[in-house]
Design a protein around this ligand. Sequence first.
Ligand code: NAG
Ligand code: NAG
Ligand code: NAG
Ligand code: NAG
Length: 225
Amino acid sequence: MVDGGVGFALEVAEKMKIKKAAFWPAGVATLAFFYNILKMIDDGIIDSNGTPFKKRMIQFAPNMSEINSTNFIWANIGGGVAQNILFDYLWKTTEAVKVADTLIGNSTYGFEPGAFNLVPNMLPIGPLLASNRQGNSTGYFWQEDSACLEWLDQQQPNSVIYVAFGSFTVIDKIQFQELLALGLELSNKPFLWVVRPDITDGANEAFPDGFEERVANRGKMVGWA
Ligand SMILES: *[C@@H]1O[C@H](CO)[C@@H](O)[C@H](O)[C@H]1NC(C)=O
Ligand SMILES: *[C@@H]1O[C@H](CO)[C@@H](O)[C@H](O)[C@H]1NC(C)=O
Ligand SMILES: *[C@@H]1O[C@H](CO)[C@@H](O)[C@H](O)[C@H]1NC(C)=O
Ligand SMILES: *[C@@H]1O[C@H](CO)[C@@H](O)[C@H](O)[C@H]1NC(C)=O
């Protein structure tokens, strides 16, 4: 799996002249996109911190979907230090990936032919679906909580607010309580809220006093969905 640590391992293996294969779990288009970071800087599409100069649609290869520059992942996490860290991390990781002799991709040629043409050493073996033969979840950080499916089935169609902040974001306890907990309570609508167990800084019991009881009849909180 390609992350910062794997990037380092690839560099070491390169120095030791060992053959290297790396697994890319996301779509190939994502990697093709990251491969173009330097070119986008050269072409004046983004500055050296990844900030797009203007809103525009970009296409990296024929038959690849166009991407709106305002949707670049690093440009959507609040700017400043967070953007710099993420941009730098993605860039460095991508550079490390380039030394792999073979990339094993969780995709298939027919899904994204344009992107595969940009990453010619990608061997498609995917998509690897959610479960292996033993019934274990794959590709997830935590055990899925499927209780929410049964709960969802009991709600009216199109009635539920879904809230999830992904596996990346950590917010402080006050933001968590005001923005999310109290906001959801005031909405008076049914909601499914995926609350990563360690989403707030250092606080396990982050819900406001009595919140869980007050929303029990219309709110469902799960750790991972
Ligand atoms: C790309 O799309 C065009 C039509 O839009 C099609 O004729 C061509 O076969 C496609 N190429 C690939 C590699 O899928
Ligand atoms: C790109 O996204 C921005 C922000 O959502 C939007 O204002 C703009 O119209 C979009 N551009 C195109 C060409 O769709
Ligand atoms: C998942 O894998 C573990 C061993 O890693 C095993 O004990 C367990 O029975 C497997 N199956 C399920 C459904 O968790
Ligand atoms: C492979 O991609 C699919 C989506 O296409 C995803 O559901 C799955 O979790 C991924 N598998 C791994 C091992 O990352």
